[in-house]
Design a protein around this ligand. Structure first.
Ligand code: COA
Ligand code: AMP
Length: 624
């Protein structure tokens, strides 16, 4: 039996034994006696009576073990021209003081802190400082508009918001403080304090009693110790798009998360403590939580916070420059980033300047890895490319090529094999397993392994109804696909209203709510259509109320602006078309799938349930 088969089988047949072995690899304050149990809501919980502190694992423990002088975090910011390095000791001390600063503002175990920050070291310090106190952080991606921030503030009810005076994108400085002020104004929940890290690119006005200057507070802060928490206490809430307008607060616990993060670094990424590991993502996304901050630090690697893009900062050699400069061993980003590089440097001329001797493997996730991108990256870099499939909900990969255990031959288009701990099955409409290569709902048999969400923040019903109730005994991923004769998993895309734009997860349902909120709109459909660079882009089809006419595209433009203002630029909602009617079934359901097929130029079958077949001709006409 191969190492992979052994681990997979043990995790399947004796999960408690398997995960106890893995739990033994991290430094608990109190090792759990109970490995797997169920909580009062019948949800599987890992290590329920174990006690630990995630910031201790990520920092203090390494200093105690002699890793204090190793670089823990590298900051590289081509958009500001800044670079910095923090050793484990320095980072621990900074985090301890940041925790002290939060404690002085009244934050303690179980309190929530919203973090709305760009890709600067203080964002990681803020997250780790919360973890140190046992407080629960909720990071909100900087590309989201005030309305999105307000929704999250209202749901998480934070005592404090931590932010920076601005974000810096290519050739533009984006002031954050006015966005935070607006979000708080629009939210029914008001935090006690807003702590602002002032950046020299743009200083924020701290004009209210509640506003605090980060560095002034930090100067006088007393370092705070790590507060022991239960394994099942939440470490963070991360909001993600679902099928409705309201994002879901995915809850991550401390114990299962730490064990899973540690396990994934050797099994999936095949790195050693001391290696340089770089996830080119953003702390606002789950990839940033797991693989910029927590996993590399828990495992003793050097992590990189890169404030830049794959292209135009300053050129498409940016990723390769970072890999060369810091000796990156494992690089992880979304396929869209590599498509952007390929578009601007198809022959890989920039790549030739950087031999990158340390770079061993390139990992991709966030959206389906299309075979042409896989082929291009492999041939140009000469490095193996590993596609792996995961979600905000799971926090780490469900399927991938577990090269730390066994290096499977890859099949383009497949995320390879399920990772030990995940029992992946493909089910039909009524929950029966599909035969090999038959498409269906990708589901994971319960119990989910450590690290996966135990609930949705303050909305357990949503967890049950959104993930568990469709097929009893399973977690439904929301993705469709199949497993072939060799056990390879092919993830073909979402079966709900979630789309992936440049590796960013967005809800078309939410965009429809925003578009539908315009006074001229009678009804609308937003669908995700194929885009060569970003994977998918949203497209809106809109029916106007009687009496409204859009002259020179005025209404269309207003709709684009509305989505930009209410969701954010990151939604990339750049196309809205006005139609007389939307194609629907006789029962009134909009035929989104058919619209998408028409937009993508695919063959489609006119559904027998269609109400008015001529409505499809109109869609064909406007999309021509
Ligand atoms: N703060 C504020 N605004 C942001 C932002 C942030 N953190 N991130 C993106 N935006 C804005 C951009 O400035 C842009 O605004 P614009 O419409 O005014 O130009 C808009 O949101 C869209 O951004 P993006 O989708 O990133 O487009 P881009 O053209 O700037 O870059 C890529 C395209 C492919 C290079 C970029 O999306 C990328 O690097 N993607 C990788 C994604 C990733 O890391 N995903 C995480 C999962 S691994
Ligand atoms: P997020 O929660 O933002 O990480 O997005 C999760 C979704 O992204 C998944 O449900 C998939 O639809 C998609 N996704 C992530 N990784 C992959 C992958 N390797 N292959 C195909 N789809 C992916």
């Amino acid at each position: 039996m191969s190492a992979y088969q052994k681990e997979y089988q043990l995790a399947q047949t004796a999960p408690e034994e398997f995960w106890k072995q893995q739990a033994n690899k991290i430094a608990w304050f109190k090792f759990p006696q109970t490995i797997l149990s169920q909580d009062e809501q019948g949800i599987d919980r890992w290590f329920a009576d174990g006690e630990l502190n995630t910031a201790y694992l990520a920092l203090d423990h390494h200093v105690e073990q002699g890793r204090g002088d190793q670089t823990a975090l590298i900051y590289d910011s081509p958009v500001t021209g800044q670079k910095a390095r923090y050793t484990y000791r320095v980072l621990r001390d900074q985090v301890a003081k940041t925790a002290g600063m939060l404690a002085s503002l009244g934050v303690s175990k179980g309190d929530r802190v919203v973090i709305y920050m760009p890709m600067i070291p203080e964002a990681a310090m803020a997250m780790l400082a919360c973890a140190r106190l046992g407080a629960i952080h909720s990071v909100v991606f900087g590309g989201f508009a005030p309305n999105e921030l307000a929704v999250r503030i209202e749901d998480a009810e934070p005592k404090v918001i931590m932010t920076a005076s601005c974000g810096v994108e290519i050739n533009k400085v984006l002031p954050y403080k006015p966005l935070v002020d607006k979000a708080i104004m629009d939210s029914r929940w008001k935090p006690d304090h807003v702590v602002v890290h002032q950046r020299k690119q743009c200083l924020a006005d701290l004009n209210q009693e509640r506003d605090k200057d980060w560095s002034a507070l930090l100067r006088t802060a007393t370092p705070h110790d790590c507060v022991p928490v239960l394994a099942t206490d939440p470490l963070y809430i991360l909001y993600t798009s679902g099928t409705t307008g309201k994002p879901k607060g995915v809850v991550r616990d401390n114990g299962g998360h730490a064990v899973a993060m540690n396990y994934s670094m050797s099994t999936i990424y095949d790195v050693e403590p001391g290696d340089v590991y770089w996830a080119a993502s953003d702390v606002g996304w789950v990839v940033g939580h797991s693989y910029i901050v927590y996993a590399p630090l828990i495992y003793g690697c050097t992590t990189i916070m890169y404030e830049g893009k794959p292209v135009r900062t300053p050129d498409p050699g940016a990723f390769w420059r970072v890999c060369q400069e810091y000796g990156v061993k494992a690089l992880f980003s979304a396929p869209t980033a590599f498509r952007a590089i390929k578009k601007e440097d198809p022959e890989g001329e920039h790549l030739k300047q950087y031999p990158m001797p340390s770079l061993k493997t390139i990992f991709m996730a966030g959206e389906r890895l299309d075979p042409p991108t896989l082929e291009w990256v492999q041939s140009k870099t000469g490095r193996p490319v590993v596609d792996h499939w995961w979600q905000t909900e799971t926090g780490w990969a469900i399927a991938g090529n577990p090269i730390g255990l066994e290096n499977f031959a890859i099949k383009p288009g497949s995320a390879t094999k399920p990772i030990p701990g995940y029992l992946v099955e493909v089910l039909n409409e009524v929950g029966e397993p599909q035969k090999a290569s038959e498409q269906g709902y990708i589901a994971i048999k319960r119990p989910l392994p450590p690290g996966c969400l135990p609930t949705v923040w303050r909305n357990h019903d949503r967890f049950e109804s959104g993930y568990l109730s469709q097929f009893p005994g399973y977690y439904v991923s929301g993705d469709g696909g199949y497993i072939d004769e060799d056990g390879y998993l092919f993830v073909m895309g979402r079966i709900d209203d979630v789309i992936n734009v440049a590796g960013h997860r967005l809800s078309t349902g939410e965009m429809e709510e925003v578009v539908g909120g315009h006074e001229a709109v009678a009804e609308c459909a937003v669908i995700g259509i194929h885009d060569d660079l970003k994977g998918q882009l949203p497209l809106g089809l809109v029916v106007l109320k009687d009496g409204y006419v859009s002259e020179d595209g005025v209404i269309e433009n207003e709709l684009l602006q509305k989505v930009r203002q209410e969701i954010g630029a990151v939604a990339c909602f750049k196309r809205a078309l006005i139609v007389d009617r939307l194609p629907k079934t006789r029962s009134g359901k909009i035929l989104r799938r058919v619209i998408r097929q028409i937009a993508d130029g695919e063959q489609y079958v006119v559904p027998s349930t269609i109400d008015d077949p001529s409505s499809l001709q109109e869609i064909e006409r406007v999309l021509e």
